[in-house]
Design a protein around this ligand. Structure first.
Ligand SMILES: *Cc1c(COP(=O)(O)O)cnc(C)c1O
Length: 404
């Protein structure tokens, strides 16, 4: 089991106060907090070996290049990819998705179909709509049910020989639902479609194995995994990454440049034009080491305990409704109080030092499904405690008293 008090000592921010109260940070689904080892790695980079990578013969450049490539290796191992060059370092999930969505422009024709899920983050809807506009392809949506689960028999009906791509998140950021991605991938492959899984919300809770999943593309952001913002990853099967054209032109992604013709570099550099977030990439690797040292099984078991405890305690409040009631979910609780606007609840609990997210959580279609303007979302991480959940419950009761 995990020693939460010891873990909390790793996170300097958790000792601060907000509005005169101890900070209770329950906005982990938006971004995670940063442990001291990751902060140290960032400071070490800028204080001792800050240099541009891959091009220099000088010592600093070689040290930075080595550290960056070690990080890529760590990411490869963590996600179970066959080759390090199947890991593209990006600025985050959104960037990773756009690389694929843009790349498929040349591979789709009018009338081809792309299937997405009703549980998507906006970053996983808009790039496909833009792709459809460019190519004449058609977007189909796997619907959701009242519990916030995908309706899989409709998925079966949507699949056809026109389906070229299927996109869904691994875990929904708005509701916490864990989607049956094994089944989604297997069925898509049967009819020859490629699958991209958005793992941004899953990776803080589970350790995906891209080889075992046999997924074609898998994407994530470091900042939800105890790493810094502005860096993320795109895993792609080698044969797919070779098939896709580069996303951006620039330095680093070329083999030879003349004004007559330029040839592109091999993987992974073909997709890494320009100077990357070098420090961020290195810190991403350190963040993965940190989370693996705690262990994803321990993390999942503890967060499940928090989820059960929080669900039970919050439901004791009269008039509180939880959205997203799948049995298969992670530590995200999206809720509303009777007719009270989520923003008002969020404002009052913030006065009591508690950070929750309010609004549509970049998933407007889900809110439309429930016919609500948004929810209050409390998302728990392995460094949160039951005492903090008690503080949230008290704060929500107070908000209810003040607002009703
Ligand atoms: C956070 C999130 C994203 C977007 O990630 P960025 O780091 O902002 O690019 C996409 N999908 C899901 C499910 C997310 O939770």
């Amino acid at each position: 089991m995990l020693d939460v008090q010891k873990i909390r000592d790793d996170f300097p921010i958790l000792t601060r106060e907000v509005n005169g109260k101890p900070l209770v940070y329950f906005d982990n689904a938006a971004t995670s907090q940063t442990p001291q080892v990751v902060i140290d790695a960032i400071v070490a980079y800028y204080s001792s070996y800050n240099a541009n990578i891959h091009r220099g013969v000088h010592t600093l450049s070689q040290e930075a290049t080595d550290a960056y490539e070690i990080a890529r290796k760590k990411i490869q191992e963590h996600f179970g990819a066959k080759h390090a060059h199947e890991i593209i370092l990006t600025s985050g999930t959104t960037h990773s998705i756009n690389i694929i969505a843009t790349g498929f422009t040349s591979l789709l024709s009018k009338g081809d179909e792309i299937i997405v899920s009703a549980l998507e983050h906006h970053s996983n809807i808009v790039p496909w709509q833009m792709l459809c506009e460019r190519t004449g392809a058609i977007l189909k949506v796997i619907p959701m049910n009242e519990d916030g689960e995908l309706v899989m028999n409709v998925y079966d009906q949507l699949l056809s020989n026109r389906t070229k791509l299927v996109f869904t998140n691994h875990i929904s950021n708005a509701l916490g639902t864990i989607n049956p991605i094994e089944e989604i991938i297997e069925k898509a492959h049967r009819i020859g479609a490629a699958v991209l899984i958005d793992g941004a919300q899953a990776c803080p809770h589970v350790k995906p194995d891209v080889k075992a999943l046999d997924v074609d593309f898998y994407v994530a952001s470091a900042h939800k995994l105890c790493g810094p913002t502005g860096v993320g990853m795109l895993y792609g099967k080698e044969e797919w990454l070779n098939k896709l054209p580069p996303y951006q032109g620039g330095g680093e992604m070329i083999e030879q440049v003349t004004f007559e013709k330029t040839t592109y570099a091999g993987l992974p550099h073909k997709f890494e034009a320009g100077t990357p977030n070098i420090c961020g990439g290195i810190a991403f690797g350190v963040a993965l080491d940190y989370m693996n040292s705690i262990g994803f099984e321990n993390i999942a078991a503890y967060e499940n305990e928090l989820l059960e405890y929080g669900t039970q305690k919050l439901l004791e409040i009269e008039g509180l409704k939880i959205y997203g009631t799948s049995k298969n979910k992670t530590s995200v609780i999206s809720f509303n109080l009777d007719n009270i606007h989520p923003y008002d609840v969020g404002t009052i609990v913030d006065k009591l030092g508690i950070a929750v997210r309010t609004g549509h959580h970049c998933a407007q279609p889900i809110m439309d499904f429930y016919k609500i303007p948004g929810t209050v979302r409390a998302s728990f991480s392995f460094y949160n405690t039951k005492e903090e959940i008690d503080a949230l419950v008290e704060a929500v009761k107070k908000a209810k008293m003040m607002l009703s």
